[in-house]
Design a protein around this ligand. Structure first.
Ligand SMILES: Nc1nc2c(ncn2[C@@H]2O[C@H](COP(=O)(O)OP(=O)(O)O)[C@@H](O)[C@H]2O)c(=O)[nH]1
Ligand SMILES: [Mg+2]
Length: 207
């Protein structure tokens, strides 16, 4: 049974430039990962909505930060936060100019200038440990000092044996065990919410 009830999940705004970022009035959790890794699908599963975050069939299509306001009821009361879906990195067909804009936006979101930055969720493909751009993203978040959770998604695509091997590979290359997740089976949803709420409470100085 879920300890977290989603009371509300709604699209708020899209951001194309740092100047468009909304007022920092709720804790923000940024979702990062390669294009097509499953960021939007993961958001939809978290909030129990089929198409809130529009998972796209076209990799690299989402080029803006998309803000979703989520209101939750937990055993500790009602909490509000923003989940921020970001464009994927490392998609070969995205022109350099756009990659620059992504870096600029991600930096504005996470580099410590917003009092609302509560943390990041770095999403990697369970099947592919050790990808250079995933490790670069982890390194970058470390450098910024942003609290980060790593999630290995699409675990449903691996047999139990292969999954154990792959997760060990992720643990080794990332230096920490990722949370196993699947948008298909919903596995990991509860653990991820608990971890996200931990970052939010820490951000608010409650834990
Ligand atoms: N089997 C499986 N497919 C997934 C999972 N998560 C996402 N996908 C698929 O992967 C593709 C990209 O997902 P999307 O959420 O749009 O990735 P994004 O670009 O990171 O937002 C879509 O076809 C999804 O249906 C998962 O956990 N398991
Ligand atoms: Mg997406």
């Amino acid at each position: 049974m879920s300890g977290v009830r989603v009371l509300l999940a709604e699209y708020v705004t899209s951001v194309a430039a740092p100047g468009d970022l909304p007022p920092p009035d709720r804790p923000e959790i940024a979702l990062l990962g390669r294009s097509n890794v499953g960021k939007s699908s993961l958001i939809n599963v978290l909030v129990n909505r089929k198409r809130l975050a529009y998972p796209s069939a076209t990799p690299g299509k989402t080029r803006l930060l998309n803000y979703y306001l989520v209101q939750l009821r937990t055993s500790r009361g009602v909490t509000e936060l923003y989940l921020v879906d970001t464009p994927g990195y490392g998609y070969a067909r995205v022109p350099k100019s756009l990659r620059g804009r992504y870096d600029e936006l991600a930096t504005a979101l996470l580099a410590g200038t917003r009092p609302s930055t509560a943390g990041a969720v770095l999403i990697v493909d369970a099947r592919h440990p050790g990808l250079a751009n995933d490790l670069a993203a982890r390194e970058w978040l470390n450098t910024l000092g942003v609290p980060t959770l790593v999630v290995a998604t699409k675990t449903d695509k691996l047999s139990r044996n292969r999954l154990q091997k792959a997760l060990a590979g992720h643990r080794k290359s990332l230096g920490e065990p990722p949370i196993p997740f699947s948008a298909v089976t919903g596995i990991g949803r509860e653990e991820l919410w608990t971890a996200i709420l931990g970052m939010v409470r820490h951000h608010e100085g409650l834990d």
